[in-house]
Design a binder for this molecule. Structure first.
Ligand code: ZN
Length: 276
């Protein structure tokens, strides 16, 4: 029985317009290790200068340099990554693939076709560089397209959960303390998973105590999204949301379903000062 560890690696932030202020979204990738495999879950965004140029949002980090640096802090080079699991193909999750020419990229086939021809509202989120990097992987060892759920390795299951995108997939990883779902943008903050809990959100919604909150960016229906979140919750003990500052850095050493409080949820902070 293999026991995995999952490490959350922060590779940058984006400051998104939100009302009169800005919503600060940390950008993460995750490293799953079992002593045999080094699996990278998502590959993050391009250098922030390019993101700012294209999408007119500020931030920091991203790109090959930051990704290489955070991997080095874990004692790894890009060449040590043998598999890459892409939760979906959006620009803040699936850039930098050319840094890993020898890794096998695992992605849902539906996500590849959606990346090439997305719903109109998601066109800005699928970058040609991601699609180019996917189709450039001509060797069978470089890409594996899935058509649904998959047991990638012992203790490493992938669920296909159409919601945010048609080919959304969530790894369910077995650790010595239980199963962790790397939920990505299926519920990218704790408040989506626990909308009625004051530890998860400063605006708890009692009406949603038996349900989940869904995001606005979606290709599938709200009902499909509810079913997807329920499926992931039923299959796991804790979830890691993609863009929440409070996620555990190391699992299973840090093991919690909900953070202790909303402190540290910087989702609605005023714009950071230029000097900070
Ligand atoms: Zn996304």
């Amino acid at each position: 029985m293999s026991n995995w560890t999952v490490t959350s690696l922060r590779i940058g932030e984006l400051y998104l317009p939100h009302g009169a202020g800005l919503q600060r979204d940390p950008i993460h990738v995750w490293l799953a290790r079992d002593g045999q495999h080094n699996v990278l879950i998502d590959t993050g965004m391009a250098d922030v200068a390019l993101v700012t140029k294209r999408l007119k949002v500020e931030g920091w980090g991203g790109g090959h340099a930051t990704l290489t640096k955070v991997l080095a802090e874990e004692g790894l080079t890009p060449g040590d990554i043998d598999h890459i699991v892409l939760t979906h193909g959006h620009f803040d999750h699936a850039e930098n693939l050319d840094l890993f020419p020898d890794a096998c990229v695992v992605i849902q086939r539906d996500e590849i076709s959606h990346a090439a021809d997305p719903v109109p509202s998601q066109r800005i989120y699928y970058w040609a560089s991601t699609i180019g990097n996917l189709v450039a992987r001509r060797r069978g060892s470089q890409i594996r397209a899935l058509d649904g759920d998959c047991d990638l390795f012992e203790g490493f299951r992938i669920l296909k959960v159409p919601s945010h995108t048609p080919g959304m997939q969530v790894p369910i990883i077995t650790t010595e303390k239980g199963k962790v779902a790397v939920a990505s943008d299926l519920g990218d903050h704790y408040r989506y998973w626990y909308p009625a809990d004051p530890r998860a959100t400063d605006r708890p919604q009692r009406s949603l105590s038996d349900a989940f909150m869904t995001g606005n960016i979606r290709s599938e229906s709200e009902r499909d999204w509810q079913a997807a979140m329920r499926r992931v919750r039923d299959a796991s003990d804790i979830v890691i949301p993609a863009h929440d500052f409070r996620i555990p850095v190391r699992v299973p050493e840090q093991w919690f379903a909900i953070p202790e409080s909303t402190a540290g949820d910087l989702a609605h902070e005023p714009p950071p000062s230029p000097t900070s």
